[in-house]
Design a protein around this ligand. Sequence first.
Ligand SMILES: Cc1ncc(C[n+]2csc(CCOP(=O)(O)OP(=O)(O)O)c2C)c(N)n1
Length: 326
Amino acid sequence: MEFTKKDLLKLYRNIVLAQAYDQFCIRMAMQGKLLSFYHSSAGGEAPGVGGTTFLRPDDIIYRHLRGHGVPHMIGKGASVREYLAEHCGKTTGCSKGLGGIHPSYPELGIFGTGATLGSQFPLSVGWGLGAKKKNKGQVVVIFTGDGTMGRGTWHEAANIAALWKLPVVYVCENNRIAQYVEFKDAYPFENMSRLPAAFGIPYEEVDGQDVIAVAKAVTSAVEKARKGEGPAFIECQTARFGPHGVGNPNKVGGKPRSEEEVAELKKRDAIEICRNRLLKDKVLTQKEVKRIDAEAAAEIADAEKFIDASPIQDDPAQLAPALYAP
Ligand SMILES: Cc1ncc(C[n+]2csc(CCOP(=O)(O)OP(=O)(O)O)c2C)c(N)n1
C-alpha cells in the first residue's frame, strides 16, 4: 500500500509529538508530579505511532507499557493532556483522576492495561469475538513487549484467536530487553516467528525504527483482519535507549549497559530516520520541520499548564461510583 503525502506528514507529526511528550513525562516524573513511575519510550516510539495512526476510530487498542501508551494515544487521536492529567491524579484526567497510570478511553476504543503484564491478551480475544459477531469490520490491535510474550496468557489467547479467525492483530515491540533480562537469556530463538507459527498466524518482521514500514505492515494486516482473514503478528525490531524506568539503573544481565551499545542504538533514532527520509523524498521541507517542532512544543506547554492548574482528585466519595456500575 502507498501512503499519500498527507498520510506521511501525519505519521511524522505524530512521532515528533510522541518524542516531545516522552521528554515531558520524564521531566514530570523527576519533578514528582506523576502519581508513580514512568517507563520512557525513547528509542521505541515507532511501533506505537505506526501501529495506530491509520486505525479507524472504532478499532480497539491495548497499548504497551513504553511511554505509558502515549505514542499509541497520539495515533488514536486521544487528548494526551487528559490522559497525562490522569497520570497525575487530577480531576480533569480522562478517568477523573481515579484511574492513575492505567487509564482507559472507552470512547476511542482504548482500554487500560492492568499492572500484570499479559492480562490484556485474553481481553483482546473477548473484544475480537465481539467485533466478529458485530460484523462491522472492527479490528483489535494489541501491543506487547518481547518480555510480555513469555506469559502463558499469550499462548491461550493466540490459540483461540486463530481457531475462531478473530480480527486481532498483535504488534510486538521487541527491544530485546525485559527490565534487566536480555532476549537471548529469555528465549531459545532469535525472533518471535515460531510463536505465531505454532497457531498458523501469519507473521511479518519489520524494522521497528522505521515508522513508515511499521504503519504499512500493520495497516495491511488490519485490512486483512477487517475482511475476515483472521489474526496476524507483526514483530517490530526496536530499541530502548534508557533504563527500564526513570531512575532505575540502566543494567542488563546484571551489568551496566555499555555506553557503546547505547550509542550504537541511538544512531537509529526513529524520528531522525523518518525526518531524513521525508526530507530526501521532498515530502517534508526544513520549514515544515520547524513548524511541526514548534507545534509540538506549544502542545506540551499547553498540556503542562492544563495539568498544573487542575485540582488533585481527593474526594473519596467518587471512588465507589467509579468502580461499580449502579
Ligand atoms: C506478570 C508480570 N511480571 C513482571 C512484571 C514487572 N515488569 C513490568 S515491565 C517488565 C518488563 C517488560 O518487558 P517487555 O514486555 O519486553 O517490555 P519493555 O519494558 O521491554 O518495553 C516487567 C518484568 C509485571 N508488571 N507483570
